[in-house]
Design a binder for this molecule. Sequence first.
Ligand code: CMC
Length: 433
Amino acid sequence: MSSPKNAILTIGNQQIELPIITGTEGEKAIDLSDLRKNTGFVTYDPSLMNTAVCKSSITYVNGEKGILCYRGIPIERLIKDGVSFVQIAYLLVHGNLPNSSEGKAFSQLLNVNSLMHEDMRHFFDLYPRGAHPMHILSTMINALAVYYPNVDLLSLKEDIDISSARLISTVRTMAAFAYKKSLGEPIVYPRNDLSYCANFLNMMFDSPVAPYHISEQDVRLLNVLLILHADHEQNCSTTTVRTIGSAQVNLYATISAGISALSGPLHGGANQAVMEMLRKIQKDGNIKKFFDKVKDKNNPARLMGFGHRVYKTFDPRARIIKAECTRYFQERHITDPLLQVAFELEKAALTDDYFISRNLYPNVDFYSGILYRALGIPEKMFTVMFALARLPGWIAHWREMIGANTRIVRPRQVYIGKKCRIPSCNSDKSGVN
Ligand code: CMC
């Protein structure tokens, strides 16, 4: 039987044909864009659980089968082929893996834009000690528009590559500076002779009194972690970027809003929350007691790093990260007691009815913190690492949204407050006008 072209909606004695849209992987959507115009009705879909807000050709996620592809390439293949994070950034933003000259030009652009405006360095002196680096990062990125004002739509059409490169490259520098500042240590400037990931690790850990030795294994691992977080279609922060961007806000303010969305514990902040949870369980030594809390409807506790709005099976990123954990710890001949706690916790959850019946599996954040910790990155910086990685994805979505001439995002609501006190407002008894 051929697939239907339309869906029929019956409202009272009115029948409306609604077009069916089919994506390249066969997923189907009912096009409701003219529904209100033709019927006076809107759809009600809190938290957009059931709404496709755009057409996109960047990333494909199949939550039932546990598939993730960037521009059609499965994530497992990108990792296996040893593609670098910079190549992934190019792939997401431009649509194809770079050939050798495109790759060289892009790396060159990243190098040219790696320095933060020197005046912005003083900002770091003014943040209180102990400020969360995600708050610092969102503020700093917003401030970029003051130093590099050509980020309105018109100028961006011409210099989008420069602005994208500036974000991807400078934000890495900012993140490392924020860390050095928090330690009270002198900052380390970026170096053009180093790769993206090696450069970041060097800015984080080099010191005038103890030169940093860049390990190939660390660089490889950081590459993998950044690639796995680089895009994930219409998640909360990307939807924020598309929404804010639709008002034609400048690119830096738009990305700064994405960073704020990412900082929440239900989103990018989960990697930090996982570590706090693992430590508590390690201290109590009692997984069952923790599960009792998680299952109690009156207790807000959750098994952090588990569950996903889209994945109803293993998150493919979690599988890769778990394998990387084993590989990295073996290669470096090191251990982490929290990794054992994580293994036991995962095993217990995957055999517990509560989690099985709700299709709750490890997500990308369950093991990522353990690896960041192994790299020496402090917990407060974990979500910053996620933000660094997600920049190419946000930029790609922003570009796609602008390119599609998206109208300003402006959802509707069902008003349930007091009735309007002006009598003429209530003259239409149908409630729909
Ligand atoms: N621990 C315990 N119970 C859970 C969990 C969890 N981690 N996740 C979902 N549930 C339960 C939830 O209580 C609900 O139970 P019931 O049907 O009895 O009311 C059921 O599972 C469905 O959950 P939901 O809240 O409707 O699921 P959602 O799609 O709204 O939320 C989520 C998705 C990721 C916010 C949620 O699973 C969660 O809070 N996980 C922990 C935080 C986390 O790891 N976040 C990282 C997500 S992946 C990376 C990213 O997006 O940044």
